[in-house]
Design a protein around this ligand. Structure first.
Ligand code: NDP
Length: 792
């Protein structure tokens, strides 16, 4: 045994393993393998796969590979239970969630140990972070269950939710998925990751103990094929997915056109920005939590260290000293800082990426520590001198590897931070609050932590910008994903697009015939009228087939020019909401002044009666007024999260939005879609009604006279679905609304998988006179949560 005087000299920790006997007994009881959890009971074990302890390599359990038939049974069970579950009072549902929270709390130690054995994460983390957050999530949503009717009026549950989760926070991700779904009146079929199904199965047993009604929660284990079967199942109303961007993309494509609601929380390459006035010792501790927490297998890990040149060497020195003290080893040891990588395949992935970095000649530093001689371990690693183009700065390594780059100015820091296709999180370190908030505002990420990192709470939304996905989890924002409008089923859009080559056929644009002054409506791009790149126009005809005018036949090039013009106008998003409101009021005023002319045009194009056309113009003026009024009132929130933190939820514009209008209500639909988008600070590329585009092209003279800055609204006329295709494929478009036919909606969803832009695509008709409100503004924004600590 070590002598106390020796311990005092070396200050080494002795081993302090957490007892795991109770978990091992439980695993032994299930030696024959686990079945699925369907309709409130476990099925017989079927085709089994092995589950390993990554710290030792030993097999600890076997679970059943879910087949399409298993998914069928689970979905049927969830469907059967859903109506009854939704019909319970909020209070009844709340009691069920409360019971789950209490059961998690009662079994905190068991669950922590099981999670550590299954995943390899240090017991300190599963015990102090994962499992307490699981309980917190169920408590928080027990609250929402009883508040749902009063806080989400006019909505109803989505129905049956298919949920697919990764292996990095197995039970926590389960809680993030199941708690809001249940609170919202939905039932679920959840597929845990193949590497880490055990805490989900333990949770299933707790659902029985807590007397959750059968069928409300169903758990089917298996691999990616099981997940794909769940995604493809026709009985599922919503898919919620957390995992890699690659699989997120496949799921976006698979659900396109199915009407399934979708939220995806994907990968990241989050910046950890250290300014020169940062408290470097705090930043070092922050970096430990940012990249060595959970072995760096964290979607929002601060994996890119961006440090001011002047303090870089000092910071690296402190980091190296701290790394030398990190203990890598037995995850069940209470003194372990860094545990095991989840599986050999993940370890190989880390090694492969590091190998590529080595080929680039980067500088690596690792603590001179021996790794355990068995199991899946990788040492904490610091890589310096990394150029933004390096593979290590671009790819999600998903391991304990911090890559460092220096910057000279705050502008450069922001530019580097945003130099990624992801946008999940960012951490900003400075003692200057003004600089911190400026950086937080400018960095494109769904969560920004100031002088802190990896802070989570059930009351705050979490989710990404850009290719880190869309949708939020947690708080009010997350719950919105599990509710839909409670309204009668909508009819499909009725007005079928006419073939654009209708009489008199395609004509060269701008041709001036003898005695006829051409009135071809041009496109409107960057605040200027523009001839279509094709050089052609198409005839706009009335219901009797008579030509009432010509519109430009826009093509891909025109859309691309319009997107470029919209991107250049991005300062619109930074204008004060009051300024934007004034501009929108002005639009309404100018439209009102020309009401008669617009009504005549509508009648001529659509054949509407003079009265109906006047009513449409009047409704459009009101709608512009409505959004002018809302421009400075769609507030964010301050979430009640952790003590000594102000967690600001800011509604931010997407940036460049595509807006494809239906054929119906050509003026009102256009105004109803474009106004909320620009009220929130987006710049828009609008494709007006293909059959009746002239109200929209007349509208640009209203925009011109209303101080709408150039590029904020761009209008490209032509074949809606062809233009929508280019918008959906364009990486410069951040969000896309498409209201047309079902085939067009499916196309938009499938093609948006490229940059994972958020879409609202529908082939259903809206009731345009009523189509206004917060929901439009919510869809026109994304929420950024900024965590700001206070106190000395
Ligand atoms: P995946 O995205 O493959 O897995 C996430 C979940 O999706 C798992 O349950 C998985 O099942 C399931 N799945 C896999 N393929 C499909 C499919 N076609 N349809 C439906 N579900 C599917 O992540 P990996 O586990 O393979 O990790 C690979 C990389 O992804 C990591 O190195 C990391 O970069 C990133 N990642 C990001 C996460 C995040 O939180 N953002 C979390 C996990 C990984 P199964 O487990 O059986 O494969």
């Amino acid at each position: 045994m070590a002598l106390i005087k020796d311990i005092l000299r070396t200050m080494d920790y002795g081993p302090s393993p957490e007892g795991s006997e109770h978990v091992r007994v439980w695993l032994k009881e299930h030696e024959g393998g686990f079945g699925h959890f369907i309709n409130g009971a476990f099925t017989k074990p079927g085709d089994l796969f092995d589950v390993f302890n990554p710290a030792t390599g030993e097999r600890i359990a076997r679970a059943t590979q879910g087949s399409p038939a298993d998914i069928d049974a689970a979905v049927a069970s969830a469907r059967k239970a859903q109506a009854k579950w939704a019909a319970l009072s909020g209070f009844e549902r709340s009691k069920n969630l409360y019971a789950l929270a209490r059961h998690v709390q009662k079994r905190e130690r068991f669950l922590s140990v099981l999670e550590t054995i299954d995943n390899g994460k240090p017991i300190r983390e599963s015990r102090d972070i994962d499992i307490p957050l699981v309980a917190r999530h169920f408590y928080h949503h027990a609250g929402w269950a009883s508040l749902i009717d009063s806080e989400f009026p006019g909505t109803k549950p989505v129905g049956v939710c298919g949920q697919i989760i990764p292996w990095n926070f197995p039970l926590l991700m389960l809680a993030w998925k199941i708690a809001p779904a249940l609170a919202g009146g939905n039932t679920v079929v959840l597929k845990p990751a193949e590497y880490t199904p055990l805490t989900a199965l333990a949770f299933a047993a707790m659902c029985v103990e807590a007397r959750l009604p059968a069928g409300v929660v169903n758990i089917v284990t298996g691999d990616g094929a099981t997940g794909a079967a769940l995604v493809a199942h026709g009985g599922v109303d919503k898919i919620a997915f957390t995992g890699s961007t690659e699989v997120g993309r496949a799921i976006r494509k698979a659900t396109a056109g199915t009407g399934k609601k979708l939220s995806v929380e994907l990968g990241g390459k989050s910046p950890f920005v250290v300014f020169e006035d940062a408290d470097l010792d705090s930043a070092v501790e922050g970096a430990v939590d940012a990249i060595w927490f959970n072995q760096g297998q964290v979607c929002c890990a601060g994996s890119r260290l961006l440090v001011a040149e002047g303090v870089a060497e000092a910071l690296y020195a402190k980091l190296r000293a701290r790394m030398a003290n990190l203990r890598v080893g037995d995850p069940l040891d209470k003194s372990t800082d860094v545990g095991a990588i989840v599986a050999p395949a993940q370890l190989e992935r880390i090694q492969r990426l590091i190998g590529e970095g080595e080929k680039e000649g980067l500088e690596f530093w690792r603590a001179d520590d021996l790794l355990p001689d068995r199991g899946c371990f990788y040492p904490p690693t610091l890589v310096t001198g990394v150029e933004p183009a390096s593979v290590l700065a671009r790819e999600e390594i998903f391991g304990p590897v911090l890559v460092a780059t220096t910057f000279r100015t705050p502008d450069e820091a922001v530019a580097l931070a945003n130099n990624t296709r992801y946008g999940l999180a960012a951490s900003v370190w400075t003692e200057n609050i003004s600089r911190a908030l400026e950086a937080a505002a400018r960095i494109k990420a769904g969560v920004v932590w100031i002088n802190s990192t990896n802070m989570f709470d059930a009351a705050s939304g979490f989710g990404g910008y850009r290719e880190s996905g869309f949708g939020r989890e947690g708080g009010r924002e997350g719950l919105t994903e599990y509710r839909i409008a409670d309204e009668p089923k909508r009819k499909p859009n009725s007005a079928k697009p006419a073939p654009l080559s209708a009489s008199p056929g395609l004509v060269p644009a701008g041709e001036i015939e003898h005695g006829y002054l051409d009135r071809t409506a041009k496109l409107y791009i960057g605040g200027k009228q523009a001839r279509p790149d094709s050089g052609y126009s198409y005839a706009v005809v009335d219901p009797a087939g008579r030509e009432v005018g010509l519109a430009g036949l826009g093509n891909r090039k025109d859309v691309r020019n319009a997107v470029e013009a919209a991107a250049k106008a991005s300062s619109w998003g930074a204008a004060t909401a009051h300024n934007r409101a004034q501009v929108l009021y002005y639009v309404a005023e100018n439209l009102s002044a020309r009401a008669d002319e617009f009504a005549r045009r509508l009648s001529a194009m659509t054949g509407a009666s003079a009265r109906a056309a006047e009513a449409e113009v009047e409704a459009s003026v009101r709608r512009a007024f409505f959004y002018a009024g809302f421009a400075d009132k769609f507030d964010g929130a301050v979430h009640a999260t952790r003590s000594r933190f102000v967690t600001l939820a800011m509604n931010e514009p997407w940036g460049v939005m595509g807006v494809v209008c239906p054929n119906e209500a050509p003026l009102l639909a256009f105004v109803s879609l474009v106004m909320p988008a620009i009220a929130m600070g987006n710049c828009v590329v609008a494709i007006p009604s293909a059959n009746h585009p002239l109200s929209a092209t007349d509208f640009y003279s209203v925009l011109d006279t209303s101080d709408v800055p150039a590029g904020v609204v761009n209008i490209v006329t032509g074949e809606a679905n062809a233009l929508a295709k280019t918008l959906a494929e364009h990486d410069g478009v951040d969000a896309l609304w498409y209201l047309g036919d079902a085939a067009g909606a499916a196309q938009v969803e499938a093609l948006s998988a490229g940059n994972l832009k958020a879409t609202w695509a529908s082939g259903s008709a809206l009731d345009w006179p009523k189509a206004e409100g917060r929901e439009f503004l919510r869809r026109a924004t994304q929420v950024k949560n900024i965590w700001t600590p206070y106190g000395e």
